[in-house]
Design a protein around this ligand. Structure first.
Ligand SMILES: [Zn+2]
Length: 282
């Protein structure tokens, strides 16, 4: 899709299936399951819509999916795709990863950062976008690399090591401009340093909300994933983002929604917000 000077395209980071209780936290199954029917293992379908943004000056990738390869047990547990979905998707669209100058992470959970690296020749782990700046929220980077016991299972050292070795890692704070027309906005909620990405051009705006609102099934303001470490922040900040998107007519770029990569939202007297003008790809 075009957004002013930006050309925005969906890059697939790999679909997966994850426990419905993980995706909807304290929301009773009787409420979420009619919207998102689970499989026979109580798992729900998650897409991984990474965003490639080009404006003639910059080529930016938002999030990288889960990458690969994964052990057979992990692949079965999440029904992950084989290979490296991000690199496959870039190749299918004729995009050379070396042409991507900026990679931005909403946060550093496995399904967002795993595709940033791959096994090169001789099993040497290399960055998937070898020449790009890699941009992370400062608080997210502190937490992910803290090795604190309570965050141990949230961040995979194997995925972070190539970034820790990367001389082009850049840490940003709230409202920092990443490139002209793309701004970092720290949301917190899902993780302490989780960030949304705000694209603005020629009076049009699109926001990538990451996992603070991962799908159109999470539009209810009290609904969020069990992974959210600061749920009250999600409950405060998500409605503010959705309200502004609704009132200003912004596009929302959905991260994990299997049927909708982009939509607008409008206020609804019964359901708070509903998605309109949805499309399966950008
Ligand atoms: Zn996620």
């Amino acid at each position: 899709m075009h957004l002013g000077n930006w050309q925005l395209d969906t890059i697939r980071g790999g679909d997966f299936w994850i426990d419905g209780g993980v995706m909807f936290g304290v929301v009773p199954k009787s409420l979420w399951s009619p919207l998102v029917p689970p499989d026979d293992q109580n798992r729900v379908h998650c897409a991984n819509h990474c965003v490639l943004a080009r404006d003639g000056q910059h080529t930016v990738l938002i999030d990288t999916g889960y990458g690969g390869p994964w052990a057979p047990l992990d692949r079965r547990f999440y029904s992950m795709e084989e290979g490296h979905p991000l690199l496959t998707s870039l190749s299918e669209q004729g995009i050379d990863p070396a042409d991507i100058d900026t990679v931005v992470f909403s946060h550093l959970h496995f399904d967002h950062v795993g595709g940033a690296s791959h096994n090169g020749p001789n099993q040497h782990v290399a960055l998937a976008c070898p020449t790009a700046r890699h941009v992370v929220g400062r608080l997210e980077w502190q937490d992910a690399t803290s090795q604190s016991n309570e965050l141990r299972t949230a961040y995979h050292p194997r995925q972070l090591a190539p970034l820790q070795a990367c001389p082009r890692i850049e840490l940003v704070d709230d409202d920092d401009e990443i490139v002209p027309g793309l701004r970092a906005r720290i949301t917190g909620g899902h993780t302490r340093g989780h960030m949304a990405l705000l694209f603005e051009s020629q009076g049009q705006t699109a926001v990538y909300l990451g996992d603070i609102c991962p799908s159109t099934a999470h539009l209810r303001t009290m609904w969020h994933t069990a992974y959210d470490l600061y749920p009250l922040d999600t409950r405060r900040r998500k409605p503010a983002w959705l309200g502004e998107a609704s009132d200003q007519g912004w596009w929302i770029l959905w991260n994990h929604d299997p049927g909708t990569a982009v939509s607008r939202v409008v206020r609804d007297p019964k359901r708070e917000f509903i998605a309109v003008d949805g499309r399966p790809r950008l």
